[in-house]
Design a protein around this ligand. Structure first.
Ligand code: ZN
Ligand code: FE
Length: 255
């Protein structure tokens, strides 16, 4: 079954997602930074929260866990690798496992780098990837706990999913990501087109998330570290993709 997905903007730039599987009526909250907007939206929709899905331990992804669990009795699903840092975790999921959610299911990918326990949920039936702070629209998360090599290999795994996959990342960072991306990949036409498109969307107050993975492959420099045109633009022709990724990530950190 296909998920019904609602996007809740909270804090400065976070997105929380409510996902409902219609056959079972299961309702999941992906990365609840906060409580009230989630409960309000669920009530407005007439949806009863049954699950929380966490991608990683950071407070702006788990801050609402305990209170939402207390108020709804929901089950908290999160990375087994990080069980000690996920408040209230009930169900641990790990790389390669299938998480069954009513009449649909998600593949779980272990994608360390931003944190050492980060996971992503891919609901293939719904073309939906919930990737937390690993892959962003035209960007990627900062490498806080893992290595550059891990982050590149995590992104490489996500990149291999079908190009129609919608990337439900956890932050609205697209516009600032593009401002940086054009400095490393100035001749990328797909990126320039995206720049215009995103500018118009933000002027209208619309979200730029989710994007399609195919659009990311064309425009996101962090997915393009092994592409000749980006390597050429950086003066790193033929370099190891990990070195190219590291260069781009470090430039972004200093941008
Ligand atoms: Zn984070
Ligand atoms: Fe975050």
């Amino acid at each position: 079954m296909t998920l019904d997905i609602r996007q809740i903007p909270v804090l400065n730039d976070n997105y929380i997602y409510l996902i409902r599987e219609p056959e079972s009526g299961y309702v999941g909250v992906v990365d609840p930074a906060v409580v009230t907007p989630v409960l309000d939206e669920a009530e407005k929709l007439g949806w009863s929260i049954t699950h929380i899905l966490n991608t990683h331990h950071h407070g702006d992804h788990t801050g609402g866990n305990l209170e939402i669990k207390e108020k709804t009795g929901c089950t908290i699903v999160g990375p087994g690798h990080d069980r000690d840092r996920i408040p209230g975790i009930d169900v641990e999921v790990n790389d390669g496992e299938t998480f069954t959610f009513g009449a649909t299911k998600a593949s779980v990918f272990f994608v360390p780098g931003h944190t050492r326990g980060h996971i992503a949920f891919w609901f293939a039936d719904s073309d939906a990837l919930f990737c937390g702070d690993t892959l962003f629209s035209v960007g990627c998360g900062r490498v806080f706990e893992g290595t550059m090599e891990q982050m590149w290999s995590s992104l490489s795994r996500l990149r291999a999913l079908p190009s129609e996959t919608r990337v439900y990342c956890a932050h609205e960072y697209t516009q600032s990501n593009i401002q940086f991306a054009v400095t490393v990949d100035p001749n990328n036409l797909a990126l320039r087109t995206r720049e215009t498109d995103v500018k118009l969307k933000r002027e209208r107050g619309e979200p730029t998330v989710p994007s399609r993975l195919g659009e990311e492959l064309a425009a996101n420099p962090f997915l393009r570290a092994d592409q000749k045109d980006l390597q050429d633009a950086l003066g790193m022709a033929g370099a190891d993709p990990v070195a190219v990724f590291t260069e781009v990530r470090q430039r972004k950190d200093a941008f």
